[in-house]
Ligand binder design. Structure first.
Ligand SMILES: [Zn+2]
Length: 829
């Protein structure tokens, strides 16, 4: 049992979801042969996608030929998204794929833990309180026990909590704890059924000028104890410098806007030894045997493969095949299971590429549902003179098999068809860590074998069994879908298993600002042809939904229909989820299929429970028309419309004194003063609007990178003060202030169920004209009183708030709506 599972772990790490099949050229095959002859490994550890130093990963992979991996504790769910609307889990999925795309370029592998990127955290104590520390540590240990690194490199310093994101410091702390625990047979014993303990030789901290506050300070620092080396090497075989590869890799973080331009020439890196036999050699593998001879049965393999490397023929890589197949046979006999499986995978890839093999299983449709039959077109070709016979092809998951037993003659294409019958209970194609709802800081993954993996192992695949002159080699290929795009040409997609019907709502959340009923539509999209059934909605107590159900019929796969229900809210303030259920042929469906498709990553499918948050608010408001100047992007305008305001989005460049007069309030979107250039010279118009009786509400801006210093008509200074605990107690400093009393009486209850954080970048000093309304703080910190500041200015009001309304609104937090309505209403009869 253990053997098989360990094999799977290795296999799936390397067999990434299909986009275009990898076809190595002669130079790349040679690179892979050099890697085959190096038996050493490096694990780089950070907290987020984009923390990793791609220069170093590429250097170890391409210059040292080491097996190199990046362990990002989280998938970066808490970040921002510059390329589309996806946030949270969906953003985490995009960033997972961006890391995999980066690794395809720099040659590394990729791992994650179950830790969720829950947003900013000031200290490792706070981080490890929100994450389940034991579980994250267990995952790091698991990855070390499976990957078996000789060397671990931390991106962050474990000794300086509080100087960077708490996730960062935590990654370094956990790395060092795992360094020891992975070698300890008494730690995480449940893993030992599947993996052996592993002793990493040494660990380093990848220091840089950043950790010293700048280049100058770093140059003066004592670097005697550091390992340093030049990573600016040039690879003539690839026509690229290491920093150029690194930039191509880094530029895959498109959602984070990390496009990077490559450089050439020397590029020093510094490693500070922090654990293990802290050796001072410039070679991090010093004293570690990285040759074949370290393995029982390895000497002979090493001799054969040294010849392959030395005699490699760039004009005819197939000339190496006899030796490669001989080495393959010996590798399969290695008693060391770990290296046997790692090197099997590597040498198979080399044999595949050297023989110019192309094996593919293409579905005639992009997706299928359980019980569908799908035609799979098979193709096999050998572009070498080596004697290769195609013995058989098998499909998963239904084990359909054909046995052609045909010799693949040089450059003669073999094609065939086979039917995939998708079994009744085949799982949907969806990320394994999103199958169950996450709780706070952790994703739930019951299956130990799945933990650490970047993505879900592919279920729908083909296995080509080939005979290489008497030696059997099996190549597993995921079933893919491809089509010809008139503009882009040959386009690949993963083949996916989807539900028979997808149920979705247009909005994530709907507010009932009074007890008027609303019509809510559920959209049904069919996953196959000729679907008919019925659909109903359910909600919490007190909510009435009519009719009980609708019947529907969808003829074509992919067609959709909207069915409308009347939803009557309860009389009192109340929150619930509306859950749709469809019944087709006696089977229940309640999921939404979400597709994420960007050119730089493979298309992703996500099958999640469908639900719509609804909230009945007890809310009063004054004023009707709001002008909104968008900043970095938020859904505040749509949210204000939900509670009955009319919102006009304003172009800051064209605002004028007269055009603003009609608005009951003007609101600046988040980071508008960081992102809207026109506010450099239009601020005075906004201030004049206030002076003449208007009401200006400015949401948070970062204190660095402001387009203007002129952020307020009255003295006000921004700081980096933030309150990251969404449950931090809120005290009222100005209990009788209108903003807490009219038209809605705000109480402590209005600060219940906030999400992610209270707020950020609060001002820390302001003129006496401002009234600070609220006080709050994180643990062990002084009270922060700048989260909501209100000043009368001329005839109107100026309000500055770092409270994170932009996070609370989409989550349907009633108190946030009530308080914002008061901010808009202030000064109005
Ligand atoms: Zn980070």
């Amino acid at each position: 049992m253990r053997k098989l599972l360990s094999f799977l772990f290795c296999f799936f790490l390397l067999n990434l979801h299909a986009q275009k099949p990898e076809k190595l050229n002669a130079a790349e095959i040679f690179q892979e042969i050099k890697k085959l002859n190096f038996l050493g490994s490096v694990l780089y550890i950070g907290a987020h996608p984009d923390d990793e130093n791609t220069r170093l990963i590429s250097y170890f992979s391409n210059e040292k030929n080491a097996r190199t991996a990046y362990l990002s504790l989280t998938r970066g769910d808490g970040g921002q998204n510059l390329i589309g609307p996806e946030l949270r889990e969906q953003l985490g999925l995009i960033r997972t794929q961006e890391l995999l795309a980066a690794r395809r370029i720099d040659g590394g592998e990729q791992f994650f833990t179950r830790a969720n990127d829950f947003g900013y955290s000031k200290t490792p104590e706070e981080t490890l309180e929100i994450w389940n520390k034991e579980k994250v540590l267990s995952d790091v240990v698991w990855i070390i026990r499976n990957f078996k690194p000789d060397v671990i490199i931390n991106r962050f310093d474990h000794r300086t909590p509080g100087t960077t994101h708490g996730h960062h410091t935590s990654s370094a702390i956990l790395s060092l704890e795992a360094f020891e625990a992975a070698a300890n047979p008494n730690k995480f014993t449940e893993q030992l059924e599947f993996a052996e303990t592993h002793q990493t030789k040494r660990a380093y901290f990848n220091t840089s000028p950043w950790f010293y506050g700048g280049q100058e300070a770093f140059e003066e620092a004592n670097k005697n104890q550091f390992v340093s080396f030049d990573t600016g090497v040039y690879f003539p075989l690839l026509g690229l410098s290491n920093p150029e590869i690194s930039s191509l890799s880094r530029s895959q973080h498109q959602s984070q806007g990390f496009g990077s331009t490559g450089s050439r020439g020397s590029q020093m890196e510094y490693l500070e030894p922090i654990k293990g036999d802290t050796i001072r050699s410039q070679n991090v593998f010093k004293g570690i045997d990285t040759s074949w001879s370290k393995l029982e049965g390895g000497v002979e393999i090493g001799e054969i493969l040294t010849q392959v490397e030395e005699n490699y023929n760039f004009k005819n890589p197939a000339a190496s095949l006899p030796k490669l197949v001989e080495a393959y046979k010996l590798i399969r006999e290695l008693p060391n299971e770990h290296w046997r499986e790692v090197k099997t995978k590597e040498i198979k890839n080399i044999i595949y590429s050297s023989s110019g093999l192309f094996l593919e299983a293409v579905a005639n449709q992009a997706s299928a549902t359980a019980r569908d039959s799908v035609q799979i077109n098979l193709e096999a070709i050998n572009r070498s003179d080596f004697s290769i016979t195609l013995s058989s092809v098998e499909l998963s998951p239904n084990n359909a098999k054909i046995n052609p037993e045909i010799k693949l003659e040089n450059n003669e294409n073999w094609q065939n068809e086979i039917t995939l019958k998708v079994p009744e209970n085949t799982a949907y194609t969806t990320p394994y860590w999103l199958k169950e709802a996450a709780n706070n800081g952790m994703y739930k993954v019951e299956d130990q074998q799945l933990r650490g993996l970047p993505e879900t192992p592919i279920l729908t695949k083909s296995l080509f069994n080939l005979d290489f002159n008497g030696v059997t080699l099996s190549f597993e290929k995921p079933i893919v879908y491809k089509y010809n795009d008139p503009v882009l040409g040959e386009t690949y997609q993963p083949f996916e298993i989807i539900p028979e019907v997808s149920l979705s709502f247009e909005d994530e959340m709907i507010i009932f600002e009074n007890d008027e009923p609303k019509n809510i539509s559920v959209k049904l999209t069919s996953g196959k042809a000729n679907v008919k059934g019925e659909v109903s909605l359910s909600a919490g107590e007190g909510w009435i939904i009519e009719p009980k159900n609708h019947t529907f019929q969808l003829q074509q796969k992919g067609s959709n229909t909207n069915l409308s229900f009347e939803v009557i809210p309860p009389k009192d303030q109340n929150e619930t989820f509306i859950i749709p259920t469809s019944i087709i042929d006696g089977r229940e469906f309640s999921e939404e299929l979400i597709s994420i498709d960007y050119p730089h990553i493979p298309k992703q499918n996500l099958v999640v429970p469908s639900k719509l948050k609804v909230a009945r608010l007890e809310i009063e408001k004054k004023g009707e028309l709001i002008g909104y100047i968008e900043g970095a992007g938020d859904v505040v305008p749509e949210s204000l419309e939900q509670i009955g305001y009319r919102v006009n989005k304003l172009n800051a460049e064209t605002i004028s004194r007269s055009s603003l007069q009609k608005y009951d309030a003007v609101v600046l979107g988040i980071r508008a003063l960081n992102t809207v250039e026109a506010l450099k010279y239009k601020q005075q118009i906004l201030f004049d609007y206030v002076e003449n009786g208007g009401n200006l509400i400015v949401q948070y801006n970062t204190n660095r990178g402001l387009v203007t210093e002129n952020i307020s008509p009255l003295p006000l200074e921004l700081s980096r003060d933030r309150v990251t605990y969404e449950t931090a107690e809120v005290r009222f400093l100005a209990e009788n202030h209108p903003v807490l009393n009219s038209p809605n009486k705000i109480s402590k209850k209005d600060f219940d169920n906030w999400v992610q954080e209270r707020g950020l970048y609060f001002p820390d000093s302001w003129s006496e004209d401002f009234t600070p309304i609220l006080s709050m703080h994180d643990k062990n910190e002084t009270p922060k009183n700048g989260s909501l500041l209100v000043a009368k200015y001329g005839e109107g009001y100026f309000i500055y708030t770092g409270l994170s309304f932009f996070r609370q609104f989409p989550a349907g937090v009633p108190g946030a709506y009530r308080l914002f309505a008061n901010m808009i209403s202030i000064g109005k009869e």
